[in-house]
Design a protein around this ligand. Structure first.
Ligand code: RP5
Length: 160
């Protein structure tokens, strides 16, 4: 069976951010397939990916882009799969442009928008795992363990 999660991004330059989603999914034992799909530079690839994603076996799509970040919304327009949008931090406007481009979807075409940058990518991975865990008890247990380990790493007091 192929990877249940697609991680798509507008550019190679988005990968250091989007890799956070792949890393947390990997830690949870969920395989993902990362691809570069640009809404503006590769529109045909975008259409092919969006219309074919469900048929490829993907269950959740994580889409990250920066600047005029139309990728998550356009993918959501082409598939019924859940789309999680990650606003990548941009050079000019620090990702505020990305955030507003992704979050302000018209009613009827949802994108679940996460935080700007690496935190958003990590949380997109966790959210994708949570969605898959609804139908996968073993994954739900791994997710619970991951959260418990995170809690255990928080010290009671700060160190000098
Ligand atoms: C967007 O433009 C990409 O998602 C990226 O965040 C931004 C800049 O892309 P590059 O010029 O670095 O390829 O399409």
């Amino acid at each position: 069976m192929g990877a249940p999660v697609a991680i798509v991004m507008g550019s190679q330059s988005d990968w250091p951010t989007m890799q956070c989603a792949a890393d947390v999914l990997d830690a949870l034992g969920v395989s993902s397939d990362a691809r570069i799909v640009s809404a503006h530079r590769t529109p045909d690839r975008l259409h092919q990916f969006g219309t074919g994603a469900a048929g490829e076996g993907f269950r959740v799509i994580i889409a990250g882009a920066g600047g005029a970040a139309h990728l998550p919304g356009m993918i959501a327009a082409l598939t019924h799969l859940p789309v999680l949008g990650v606003p990548v931090r941009s050079r000019a406007l620090s990702g505020m442009d990305s955030l507003l481009s992704i979050v302000q979807m018209p009613a009827g075409v949802p994108v679940g928008t996460l935080a700007i940058g690496e935190a958003g990518a990590t949380n997109a991975g966790l959210m994708a795992a949570s969605i898959l865990a609804l139908a996968d008890d073993a994954l739900a247990a791994r997710l619970t363990d991951w959260r418990a380990a995170q809690t255990a790493r928080v010290a009671e007091r700060p160190e000098d």
